[in-house]
Design a protein around this ligand. Structure first.
Ligand code: KG4
Ligand code: ZN
Length: 369
């Protein structure tokens, strides 16, 4: 099976061609981002993001289709004609992100996908962006390790992105239960907001990771929100206020003091993410834990997950948690079309193009009991 996947939910315009026989592999992935533009303004301006996407959607799709077959470059006209033939002859279906996200951005991808599906008579598969983040874990980039064959059910999925923080339990590809999410800000949002206070450009996550890694003897500590709460809920807006107060108290911060704020912030966010994910894994006897979303690109988070898993769940003895921890390759953590294709390849459920609509509020719709 070969799918073309399209993702435009936020500030990226991304297209990918993926193949699936026993493993999911990426034949091509092209992503254009307006993030540099938003770095200047300090955040995403929705109308500007959508306008950029309108400009790039066809060139990005054409490039992905072209690269799935050819190595050499060629004039755009030639690529365009070839891409139509590739789509017609060798693509079985089109997958597209239908939500959640920014309405203008989503519309660009959804309406383009529908038009291509209609004119070339291809099935179209709508995909929830958040589930796509988790399914990035099923893509095999290297021939050395096949995560597809080692991920087993039930698994706990932790989504940590700029807009969402959610915990889910999957008992099969088609059955999942939402366990909890954030009451206010998302984990990535907290990092971005405090980063902005520290003068970092958007998105601040990578800069915070880099600075926090320099700290050997921490001098600042923030409260990890809801860490002793028994539910699977999160809350990060109070942490943002605590950081804001600390920054104000310090006055003009030296570069070293900024590093320490980054360390404390990251630790407070990550400790609660790890604790609640592990608690869910124990409670539901999870065989695997899948982490996805932009914040999963943070190596400190992934390493802490792997190192502290047992200690956080069973502080009194060293009993093992029989779950393995998975996170996507770094380039597949932030928004990309390959993750959307991966979800669609494992849920080959096309819908009539007429019923597919962009839904900025899309959340989790299925449930198991
Ligand atoms: O998944 P994503 O690309 O977009 C959304 O769907 O929201 O996630 C973007 C978020 C931003 O908040 C960004 O600061 C964060 O992911 N992020 C990171 C890192 N790279 C991106 N956070 C921590 N460490 C990173 N290395
Ligand atoms: Zn995302």
């Amino acid at each position: 099976m070969r799918f073309l996947a399209i993702e435009t939910s936020c500030d990226e315009t991304s297209a990918s061609v993926l193949s699936f026989d026993t493993t999911i592999t990426i034949d091509s992935l092209t992503t254009s981002s307006s993030v540099d533009m938003h770095a200047i303004s300090g955040g995403i301006i929705p109308e500007e993001a959508a306008r950029e996407q309108l400009k790039y959607i066809m060139p990005v799709i054409v490039e992905a289709l072209w690269k799935s077959k050819y190595i050499d470059d060629a004039p755009y006209e030639e690529k365009f004609i070839a891409s139509q033939k590739i789509l017609k002859d060798s693509i079985d279906a089109i997958a597209v992100t239908v939500g959640p996200g920014l309405i203008g951005s989503l519309l660009v991808g959804v309406e383009t996908a529908k038009t291509l599906a209609y004119t070339l008579n291809k099935p179209i598969i709508p995909v929830n962006h958040l589930l796509g983040h988790l399914y990035a874990n099923f893509i095999q980039l290297s021939t050395l390790n096949s995560q597809l064959s080692t991920i087993s059910f039930p698994f706990i999925g932790l989504i940590v992105s700029g807009g969402h923080t959610d915990l889910l339990l999957f008992t099969s590809h088609n059955e999942y239960k939402w366990l909890g999410g954030t009451r206010d800000d998302a984990a990535g949002e907290a990092l971005d907001k405090v980063g902005r206070l520290l003068g970092f450009s958007y998105p601040a996550g990578p800069e915070i990771e880099r600075r926090a890694a320099k700290v050997k003897t921490p001098t600042i500590a923030f409260t990890s929100p809801l860490i002793y709460d028994k539910s699977f809920e999160f809350s990060f807006s109070g942490l943002k206020s605590e950081a804001q107060r600390a920054i104000k108290k310090l006055g003009t911060l030296s570069e070293e003091q900024k590093d320490h704020v980054c360390y404390a912030l990251q630790k407070a966010v990550f400790d609660v993410l790890i604790k609640k994910t592990m608690k869910a894994a124990v409670e539901y006897s999870a065989q695997s834990i899948l982490i996805g979303g932009g914040v999963a690109a943070n190596q400190t988070l992934i390493e802490s997950f792997k190192l502290n898993a047992k200690r956080l769940v069973y502080p009194e003895h060293d009993e093992g948690l029989d779950a393995r921890i998975f996170s996507p390759e770094k380039i597949l953590c932030t928004d990309n079309a390959a993750m959307i294709g991966a979800y669609a390849l494992l849920h080959n459920s096309p819908e009539d193009w007429k019923t597919i609509i962009a839904n900025p509020e899309l959340y989790f719709s299925q449930n198991i009991h």
